[in-house]
Design a protein around this ligand. Structure first.
Ligand code: UDP
Ligand code: MG
Length: 311
C-alpha cells in the first residue's frame, strides 16, 4: 500500500472547495493499492476556506488542513505542503479549481510505479484566460527558457513527485522559490503527460495582476543573473552610439557649423538617462534578491492551532 499526499494550495476558495475535494476524492478512490491524503494548504484565506476544510476533516480524516499564519502566496503554500508531507511515498501538487483534471492522477501514479521520479502535466492549450494574460504568460516562458535553458514551456504546478524529489526540493536552501523551475532544475527522471486546461470552477483567477507580475520577475531573477549582462550589452550599444554622434559633432565643429545639433543633445540625454535608470533598476532587483536571501527568514509560518495536519 503506497501513501500519497495530494497537496492543494487554496486562497479564498470557500465557494467551491468542498465540491471540488469531493470530485478529486471520487477520482482517486478508483486507484488500487494507494492511500490518498488530501492536504489543503489554506494560504491565509479571508473567507471560510479553512473552516470548511476542518469540517470535512471531522467527517473524513483523509482530508487534512494545513493553515498558514497569513497570506504568503502560492509558492510558499506549496513549500509548506511539501515540507509537511515529505515522509510519504509520493506527493501530488494540484490547483483547487479543477483546472488540473483529477482523472489524470491514475496515469501519473502508473508512470511513477513504473519508475518515473517526476510525472508532470504539461499544457497543450491554455484554458479560459484573457488574451492579455495568455500573451504575457507566453512572453514569460519565452524569456525564462531563453535565459535559463530549462525549457519549462507549458509546465504547470500539477506534478507527482517521488519522495526522493520532495526531499531534494525541501533541502534546497533558497528563499525565493519557483516550484516549476526548481523541479526542472533538479533534473530527476521525468515523464510528461499533455493535457488541455479545462475551465476553472471560479469566475476570477485567485491571482491579481500585480501579484502575477511580481511573481514573473521573482521567478526569472531567482534562476538567472543573465539580465545583468544585458546592462553590459546596453553599455556597449550606447558607447557605439556615442562614437557615431561624437564623430558627427566633431565634424560639424571643424566645418564651423557647431551651433546646430540641439536635438542631438536632447536625444542623447534621454537615451543615456533611460539606459542608466533601467540598469540601476535591474541591479536593484538583484540586490533586493540578495537581501531577501541573506535575511534567512522562513518562507512561511504554519498556524498549528488551525491546522489538522501535524508533523
Ligand atoms: N492560490 C494560492 N495563493 C495565491 C494564489 C492562488 O494558494 O496567492 C491557489 C488557488 O487557490 C488555486 C491555485 O493556487 O488553488 C491556482 O490559482 P488560480 O486558479 O487562480 O490560478 P490560475 O488558474 O489563474 O493560474
Ligand atoms: Mg485556476
Amino acid at each position: 500500500m503506497d501513501a500519497i499526499a495530494i497537496i492543494i494550495p487554496a486562497y479564498n476558495e470557500a465557494q467551491s472547495i468542498a465540491a471540488n475535494l469531493a470530485v478529486i476524492r471520487a477520482s482517486v478512490d478508483t486507484i488500487a493499492d494507494t492511500e490518498f491524503m488530501l492536504v489543503v494548504i489554506d494560504d491565509g484565506s479571508r473567507d471560510d476556506t479553512g473552516a470548511i476544510v476542518r469540517q470535512l476533516h471531522s467527517q473524513d480524516s483523509r482530508v487534512q488542513l494545513l493553515s498558514m499564519n497569513r497570506h504568503y502566496g502560492k509558492e510558499s503554500a506549496i513549500a509548506a505542503g511539501l515540507q509537511s508531507t515529505r515522509h510519504l511515498d509520493a506527493v501530488i501538487v494540484m490547483d483547487s479549481d479543477l483546472q488540473h483534471p483529477p482523472a489524470m492522477i491514475a496515469n501519473m501514479v502508473a508512470y511513477w510505479r513504473s519508475g518515473a521520479r517526476v510525472v508532470e502535466a504539461v499544457k497543450e492549450s491554455r484554458g479560459n484566460e484573457s488574451f492579455m494574460r495568455g500573451t504575457l504568460a507566453r512572453l514569460f516562458y519565452r524569456l525564462f527558457n531563453y535565459f535559463t535553458r530549462l525549457g519549462i514551456d507549458g509546465h504547470t504546478d500539477f506534478k507527482l513527485l517521488d519522495k526522493e524529489v520532495v526531499n531534494a526540493c525541501c533541502n534546497l536552501p533558497e528563499h525565493g522559490r519557483f516550484f516549476r523551475g526548481l523541479v526542472a532544475w533538479l533534473g530527476f527522471e521525468t515523464v510528461q503527460i499533455p493535457f488541455d486546461v479545462p475551465r476553472s470552477t471560479r469566475q476570477r483567477s485567485a491571482w491579481g495582476n500585480g501579484a502575477l507580475f511580481r511573481y514573473a520577475i521573482d521567478s526569472i531573477t531567482s534562476f538567472t543573473a543573465f539580465p545583468l549582462q544585458i546592462v553590459s550589452a546596453l553599455g556597449a550599444l550606447t558607447f557605439l552610439l556615442s562614437i557615431v554622434i561624437g564623430g558627427m559633432a566633431l565634424a560639424d565643429k571643424l566645418a564651423g557649423r557647431a551651433v546646430d545639433g540641439f536635438t542631438t543633445v536632447i536625444l542623447l540625454i534621454l537615451i543615456i538617462g533611460s539606459v542608466l535608470m533601467f540598469s540601476v533598476g535591474l541591479i536593484g532587483i538583484y540586490v533586493g534578491r540578495i537581501y531577501d536571501e541573506v535575511k534567512r527568514r522562513p518562507n512561511f509560518l504554519i498556524n498549528r492551532h488551525k491546522s489538522t495536519l501535524h508533523d
